[in-house]
Design a protein around this ligand. Sequence first.
Ligand code: HEC
Ligand code: HEC
Length: 278
Amino acid sequence: MEFKTLLTSAAIVALSAGFASAQDDATLSVDGEVIKTRADAPAFAENLDTVYSGWHFRTGETQVLQMDDFENPAFVFVDQGVDLFDKVEGSEGKACASCHEDVADFAGLRPTLPRVENGELVTMEDLVNECRTDRMGAEPWKYSGGQMTAVTALIGLQSRGMSINVAVDGDAASFFERGKDLYYQRVGQLDMACSNCHEDNYGVMIRADHLSQGQINGFPAYRLKNAKLNSAHGRFKGCMENIRATPFKVGGDEFKALELYLAARGNGLSVETPSVRN
Ligand code: HEC
Ligand code: HEC
């Protein structure tokens, strides 16, 4: 909504003419571990040379919050994730921890998701809910709800520092193409595509916010704006609303395809979960 007055496509073009890209060249390290926040762009992202984490586009004040897990407000929710992981629920009388003894065993999972299983595109949220319904006899969690993001943050954290490496070929190819089409498709009253902001104009200031490439290597992400963890689909939804488009369904096929495409645009960046953003 706040973009309405400023962001006509013409305004965007005018803006981009006057600004150079403004990602900074700081280094993100967390407790001494360096997180890779820039990488050579994957070959398919033909309009980019380098991919940058959204961290580079935040102010110094926001950046430091992510450099120390004691300062990072997302860890309140990660702790809730630990409790949920140990909580017995459902008709089988089991907790996640009954079967997954050590959450650290999930190291390596986050960088590969979403992935295709038996012809279907599967996200982390799908895997968690499948265990809840089919293995615990419990209700699925709301796709972008607080319980889900707490646990997906906990599981994602186990891969922090590992390079994103999402497959886009083979079974994944058709989903990748769909995600790509959605990324470049103009929608909404402002008639804009994701690419108009996050590819053509990253680095530009819009309404006191600094446009990033819209990478998802840090999700779920803690946002200062709403003081909670936000799923990638929640973020996609917000961006679509900002351009006055009717958002696709959170957890639905379109956002899953978009997630695959966006995740792959970040291939080579480190998993940063849980990140801190505006
Ligand atoms: C009754 C045993 C059981 C319970 C309880 C259970 N899971 Fe699972 N889970 C499995 C099995 C079996 C698999 C598939 C084999 C594997 O990858 O370990 C699996 C797979 C997964 C995967 C995908 C792992 C991968 O590498 O592909 C995730 C993520 C996961 N479970 C999370 C959870 C969470 C979170 C909970 C609690 C909400 C939970 N599971 C509860 C047995 C269980
Ligand atoms: C009108 C410009 C605009 C459009 C169009 C737009 N966004 Fe955004 N988006 C923003 C702004 C502003 C932010 C917050 C600053 C930033 O990280 O870029 C943002 C943030 C994001 C982030 C968070 C990045 C991070 O590191 O935390 C993701 C992911 C994202 N957008 C995805 C999308 C997707 C997917 C689309 C298309 C459906 C889209 N955006 C369309 C303006 C836009």
